[in-house]
Design a protein around this ligand. Structure first.
Ligand SMILES: NC(=O)c1ccc[n+]([C@@H]2O[C@H](COP(=O)([O-])OP(=O)(O)OC[C@H]3O[C@@H](n4cnc5c(N)ncnc54)[C@H](OP(=O)(O)O)[C@@H]3O)[C@@H](O)[C@H]2O)c1
Length: 299
C-alpha cells in the first residue's frame, strides 16, 4: 500500500518553482506576484492568507496582502480588484472566501480578470477546462493538485472507473470533469455522487479511484471501498481531541486506518491533498507570469 505524500510532492513542486523563479529573475529581472485580498477577520482565513504569503516568499515570488474591514462595500472591493487587474506586477489575484454576506461572491469572481484568475473560478477558465483546453486556462487548485499527485505517483487512470463524491464548484465538479478528459490521459469513466445519491456504497464499491470531497468526517468506511482502490481524501474536518493542545484534530472524509488496509494507495489527512492546493496556486501564478512575459519558451 502506497501512502501518497502530498507534503513531499508539494515541496518538490515549490523547489521546482523556486528554481524557475530564480531563472526568471536572472534573465528578465522580474518575478511573479500574487495578490490576496481578505475581507473581515475570520481567523481561519487569516491563517490561510498568511500561509499563501509565506509560500510566495519561500519561492522568491512577490506577494501582496490586502486586508479590508468586514464592512467594506462590494463597490470598494470590486474597485480594488480592478486596480490589481491593471497592475503589471500582479500576475495572480485571489479573494479569500468566505466573504461577508453583503458581498456577492459571483460578482467578485466575475470581476477578476480571467488572465489573473489563478484560483480557476472564473467562468471563462471553467469553460475552457470543461472543453478540454487545459493549456489555455487555470485549473482550480485542489483538483489540479490531485491530478499532479496521480501523475507523480504514476497511477494509471485510463479506462478506470473514478467515483467522485461531492459536486461543489471548487472541488467536485472540476474534479469529475478533469477525470473525464481525453486530453492529459485521465480518460476515466466517471460517476459523481452527492447528498441525494441513492445506494452510494454500491457505487463507491465500483470505484478503481475514489475521490471524497464531502466535508463529513470518516463517512467513507472500509465497507464502501473496493480492495485495491486508490483513495483520494479531500475532506478536512475538525473533530474533538482532548489529547491535543488545540482540543481538536484534523481528519478526512475517509476512515483512514481500516480503509488504508485494503486500498492500493491513499492520501492521508493532513499531509495529502491539503499541501497541494497552495503549490498549485503558486504554479498557476507562475504560469500567468510566463504568459505576461509573452512567451513561455523564451525563459
Ligand atoms: N485539501 C484542500 O485543500 C481542500 C480544498 C477545498 C476543500 N477541502 C475540503 O473538502 C471538503 C469538501 O469541500 P467543498 O468545498 O467541496 O464542500 P461543499 O461545497 O460543502 O460540498 C460538499 C459536497 O458533498 C456532498 N455531500 C454532503 N454530504 C453528503 C453525504 N452524506 N453523502 C454524499 N454526498 C454528500 C454535497 O452534496 P450536495 O451538493 O447535494 O449538497 C456537496 O456536493 C471539505 O471538508 C473541505 O474542507 C479541502
Amino acid at each position: 500500500m502506497t501512502i501518497i505524500d502530498g507534503k513531499k510532492i508539494s515541496s518538490d513542486i515549490k523547489q521546482e518553482l523556486k528554481n524557475s523563479v530564480e531563472a526568471c529573475r536572472q534573465k528578465v529581472n522580474a518575478v511573479p506576484g500574487l495578490a490576496v485580498i481578505i475581507v473581515g477577520e475570520d481567523p481561519a482565513s487569516q491563517v490561510y492568507v498568511r500561509n499563501k504569503a509565506k509560500s510566495c516568499k519561500e519561492i522568491g515570488m512577490n506577494s501582496k496582502v490586502i486586508e479590508l474591514p468586514a464592512e467594506t462595500s462590494q463597490e470598494e472591493l470590486l474597485s480594488r480588484i480592478e486596480s490589481l487587474n491593471n497592475d503589471p506586477e500582479v500576475h495572480g489575484i485571489l479573494v479569500q472566501q468566505p466573504l461577508p454576506s453583503h458581498i456577492d461572491e459571483y460578482a467578485v469572481t466575475m470581476a477578476i480578470s480571467p488572465a489573473k484568475d489563478v484560483d480557476g473560478f472564473h467562468p471563462e477558465n471553467v469553460g475552457q477546462m470543461v472543453l478540454g483546453n487545459l493549456d489555455n486556462c487555470y485549473i482550480s487548485c485542489t483538483p489540479y493538485g490531485i491530478l499532479e499527485l496521480l501523475a507523480r505517483y504514476n497511477i494509471e487512470t485510463k479506462g478506470k472507473h473514478c467515483v467522485v463524491i461531492g459536486r461543489s464548484n471548487i472541488v467536485g465538479k472540476p474534479m469529475a470533469n478533469l477525470m473525464l478528459q481525453k486530453l492529459r490521459e485521465t480518460n476515466c469513466t466517471v460517476t459523481v455522487c452527492h447528498s441525494a445519491t441513492q445506494n452510494m456504497p454500491e457505487l463507491t464499491r465500483q470505484a478503481d479511484i475514489l475521490i471524497a470531497a464531502i466535508g463529513r468526517a470518516h463517512l467513507i468506511t472500509k465497507e464502501m471501498v473496493k480492495p485495491g482502490a486508490v483513495i483520494i481524501d479531500v475532506g478536512m474536518n475538525r473533530i474533538e481531541d482532548a489529547s491535543r493542545k488545540s482540543g481538536y484534530r484534523l481528519v478526512g472524509d475517509v476512515d483512514y486506518e481500516p480503509v488504508s488496509k485494503i486500498a492500493s494507495a491513499i492520501t492521508p489527512v493532513p499531509g495529502g491533498v491539503g499541501p497541494m492546493t497552495i503549490a498549485m496556486l503558486l504554479k498557476n501564478t507562475f504560469q500567468s507570469f510566463m504568459q505576461a512575459q509573452g512567451s513561455a519558451d523564451s525563459l
